[in-house]
Write a protein that binds this ligand. Structure first.
Ligand SMILES: C[S@@+](CC[C@H](N)C(=O)[O-])C[C@H]1O[C@@H](n2cnc3c(N)ncnc32)[C@H](O)[C@@H]1O
Length: 295
């Protein structure tokens, strides 16, 4: 989606996506892959790369957008952050709240659509964190960037780790290693729809449903953040991703999924940090030229 275009009527898609997550969440949470009891007993699910890029969180406040069942949120809490998680699935919030009672009783989880969060939550946070399968669910990236800026304390920062929009272009139905472009890089106001028979982490569950996702380019993202008054500190692109994005990807011992060596390297994920300046600032506007540019 171009940063300049507005979505038409996202409400009906959001209602369908909400129903999907209400169904998927308890199934995922009960899966061996999530291992909630193991997490209760101890350990940390936050990858070292993200810990290194975010830096020390001890004593800092952290707002986790699209916190799902709270595993990442509570991992940050175990590293010393004072955390608040937000998700629009009441089932995700219930599971996260119950986990928090055992892991980090001060953690708080709020049920809300991200784009409507300022209607139900007040305060500011040192860090806004969000990761791994989040932006595609949002019809309005500029609105999201304004929400992020709204909840950041001056001097605070956003940290985002996400699947790379170039990788979302690839045909994800091919079982043999091959890179074939299937989807446009540029999103549209109308989302793409995908039919599923089960969530990826619970293939044995049979719940046919449809998800709606919006494409956002890296340019849309950086522009939306700049317009919201944030200053991008880094944008790193990585040849690995946190989940099996394509069927033939291989999981390394480090837990990252990569393309087989026979294929050229592509950016599969990216990480971005953007700060809210301690003093408010206006991004520079391009100077209007009095004369039309020459040939
Ligand atoms: C792929 S999961 C994120 C996974 C998370 N990073 C983790 O590893 O636990 C996406 C989450 O976004 C939530 N979600 C989707 N659309 C949303 C919206 N508009 N507002 C708030 N939460 C939303 C879903 O309920 C789901 O929990």
């Amino acid at each position: 989606m171009s940063a300049a275009s507005a979505p038409r009527d996202p409400e009906r898609y959001l209602t369908d996506n909400h129903r999907l997550w209400q169904q998927w969440t308890p199934l995922k949470a009960a899966s061996a892959h999530y291992d909630l009891d193991g997490f209760r007993a101890g350990g940390n699910r936050m990858r070292q790369l993200e810990q290194d890029e975010v830096g020390p969180v001890e004593g800092r406040t952290l707002l986790h957008l699209q916190s799902h069942v709270g595993l990442d949120t509570l991992s940050w809490a175990r590293l010393g952050a004072r955390v608040t998680g937000v998700d629009f699935s009441s089932r995700a919030v219930e599971i996260a709240t119950s986990l928090a009672a055992d892991v980090a009783p001060d953690a708080r989880f709020v049920e809300s659509d991200v784009l409507r969060l300022p209607e139900v939550l007040t305060g500011t946070w040192d860090i806004v964190y969000t990761s791994n399968g989040v932006l595609g669910w949002l019809p309005d990236l500029r609105g999201w960037a304004r929400v992020v800026a709204h909840f950041l304390a001056p001097g605070g920062f956003l940290y985002l780790f996400e699947g790379h929009p170039a990788a979302w272009m690839l045909d994800n139905t091919l079982l043999e290693p091959e890179l074939r472009l299937r989807y446009s890089y540029f999103g549209e106001p109308e989302p793409l729809s995908f039919e599923y028979h089960s969530p990826t982490s619970v293939p044995e569950a049979r719940i046919p449903d449809v998800e709606y996702v919006w494409g956002h380019t890296l340019g849309d993202l950086v522009t939306a953040l700049a317009e919201a008054g944030l200053r991008v500190e880094f944008l790193h692109e990585w040849p690995f991703v946190g989940w099996r994005m394509l069927p033939f990807m291989e999981e390394g011992r480090d837990g990252w999924w990569r393309l087989p060596d026979t294929l050229p390297a592509l950016p599969l994920s990216f990480s971005l940090r953007a700060a809210k300046p301690a003093e408010p600032w206006e991004p520079a506007k391009p100077a209007a030229s009095a004369e039309p540019a020459g040939p």
